[in-house]
Write a protein that binds this ligand. Structure first.
Ligand code: NDP
Length: 363
């Protein structure tokens, strides 16, 4: 009987133990679950924090937009001033120089230098001093209270100061043949390319000050110039018109437009023009066609945000725009000179101005 009792007691104790264990397990299970929940919570928090870090980008001291002469020179100066600039290279890495075969008017290269090579050297020099170059283009610009927001298609950046050096593109006629012979007789820059046509016949398209300046410049190089203008009056200033009309090496063709650029497959050999009043066409022999029909600044994203002239060039005083902390350098703010060396010069000015502005705003 005692044995039976003992067995019963043992059984009961086992049962209690089991229940306890179950309870314990349940408890532990809960605890584990709780732990898991906690872990999950911590994980989520961590992820959120990580995510937060991703979107919460640091505010750069200086962002430079554009990788032509102006942007890269600004970057060299800013980097050497320890501003660690971030440069968004834009759609045309190197700017307009990449379209030029040989650059012979940039100081320091007595034998001339390939345009693309020159832009590579600019970039190397800027990177050597700590410029971070990103091969992307700005698609949005927004001035916030204490910083500027620059958006690309993929991400956005913040900066305390911005240098706009997005350049300007020379207007083209829009002909297929003009594209085909670009850099092979078709040019948008007489001061860059005229030298190669010394003693030859060329045409200049346009009727403004640029067309006249380019024609006069080339006449001095013993080049026979024919200006083709779509109207019967020049747009250029009186003094330039007088100089052109007096020059024996310059001829005028009025009321005419270029319909086609003619070539031998390698170089330009002439142009086909049409008189817009009579409809008559004719061919003119020439070794080159210089386009001087104006420039379009790359300022679309700054429209209604930064002061511009009626052609879209940014209005800047010593590179300072109407927005504090935003500077403009190079062709984007230069409707007149548009040279590699003038762009580089204004890039330097913009960097010095930006450096001063950042130092001042820290005080
Ligand atoms: P402009 O806009 O003054 O002149 C462009 C010329 O190209 C106009 O004559 C225009 O004809 C013509 N044109 C435009 N589109 C076409 C087309 N699709 N087909 C044919 N012809 C076309 O540009 P510029 O580059 O000459 O001058 C820009 C600014 O720079 C001006 O303010 C100028 O005064 C200044 N400048 C000053 C210089 C100086 O002082 N030394 C030198 C160079 C420029 P249309 O007349 O019919 O509109």
């Amino acid at each position: 009987m005692a044995k039976k009792k003992k067995r019963k007691e043992k059984k009961e104790s086992k049962k209690t133990e089991k229940t306890k264990k179950k309870k314990q397990e349940k408890k532990t299970g809960k605890k584990v679950k709780k732990k898991k929940k906690q872990e999950k919570k911590t994980e989520t928090k961590g992820k959120k924090e990580k995510k937060g870090k991703k979107t919460k980008k640091k505010i750069e001291e200086l962002i430079i937009l554009g990788s032509g002469c102006a942007g890269m020179t600004a970057a060299i100066y800013a980097a050497r001033a320890d501003l660690e600039p971030l440069l968004l290279a834009g759609p045309e890495k190197g700017g307009q120089l990449i379209w030029t075969t040989k650059v012979e008017n940039y100081p320091g290269f007595p034998e001339g230098i390939d345009g693309t090579k020159l832009t590579e050297l600019f970039r190397k020099q800027a990177e050597r001093f700590g410029t971070k170059v990103i091969d992307d283009k700005a698609v949005s610009f927004e001035a916030k209270k204490t910083y500027f927001n620059i958006g690309t298609e993929k991400e956005s950046f913040k900066a305390k100061a911005v240098i706009i050096a997005t350049g300007a593109r020379a207007k083209m006629l829009g002909l297929k043949s003009e594209q085909k012979y670009f850099g092979r007789g078709v040019s948008t820059c007489a001061s860059c390319d005229a030298y190669f046509f010394k003693g030859k016949d060329v045409v200049v398209v346009g009727g403004g000050d640029s067309a006249c300046t380019e024609a006069l410049f080339m006449a001095k190089l013993d080049i026979n110039v024919t200006i083709i203008h779509r109207r019967d009056k020049l747009r250029a200033s009186k003094i330039m018109q007088e100089r052109v009309f007096k020059n024996k090496k310059i001829e005028m063709i009025w009321d005419s437009v270029v319909e086609e650029v003619l070539g031998d497959g390698t170089m330009v050999t002439g142009v086909k023009i049409k008189n817009v009043k009579t409809g008559k066409t004719k061919k003119i022999k020439c070794a080159a066609m210089f386009l001087a029909i104006g420039h379009k600044p790359n300022t679309e994203i700054f429209k209604d945000k930064i002061k511009m002239d009626n052609k879209g060039f940014i209005i800047a005083e010593d590179t300072k725009t109407n927005i504090k902390g935003v500077f403009a350098a190079g062709d984007v703010q230069d409707p007149v000179y548009k040279q590699a060396v003038t762009a580089a010069g204004s890039g330097c000015k913009a960097a010095l101005e930006a450096e001063g502005y950042l130092a001042e705003s820290k005080q």
